[in-house]
Design a protein around this ligand. Structure first.
Ligand SMILES: [Zn+2]
Length: 132
């Protein structure tokens, strides 16, 4: 089950640090989350292919009958060079949004706070603000 999710890491092979970071976060996900992602054929994790002056393009699956949304986590290549705690937090936060379908969690209605709280529950706290 969990190995299916690890297949998503393959597309990040040319960014070894980001690849390792994504792998670390995926391994930390509770079984319930893994099952939800694996059961959704539209779920994907992809790299943003931004080109200066040209913008970026993204291909994602159309929603299916069962799901009213199509879930795609888009990660930026600069997460390969970003500080470890920041990169892990961003990856977990984005996966949390995907699991929550950009909605709330428990009694938290705000989607951003909900994603932060869920990411924290997986062991990835929001780093303190600092200048990079
Ligand atoms: Zn967010």
């Amino acid at each position: 089950m969990r190995s299916v999710l690890q297949n998503h890491v393959a597309s990040f092979e040319h960014l070894p640090r980001l690849s390792a970071r994504l792998s670390l976060v995926l391994r930390a996900l509770p079984e319930e989350i893994v099952e939800d992602f694996v059961a959704d054929s539209t779920f994907q994790i992809t790299l943003e292919n931004y080109r200066p002056g040209k913008g970026s393009q993204l291909f994602m699956s159309l929603p299916t009958h069962r799901e009213h949304v199509s879930r795609c986590v888009v990660l930026r290549s600069k997460l390969d060079q970003a500080p470890e705690d920041f990169a892990l937090y961003i990856i977990a936060h984005e996966l949390a949004h995907a699991f929550l379908r950009n909605g709330g969690w428990k009694d938290i209605e705000d989607a951003e706070h909900a994603a932060d709280a869920l990411a924290l529950s997986w062991g990835f706290p929001k780093p303190k603000l600092r200048w990079f």
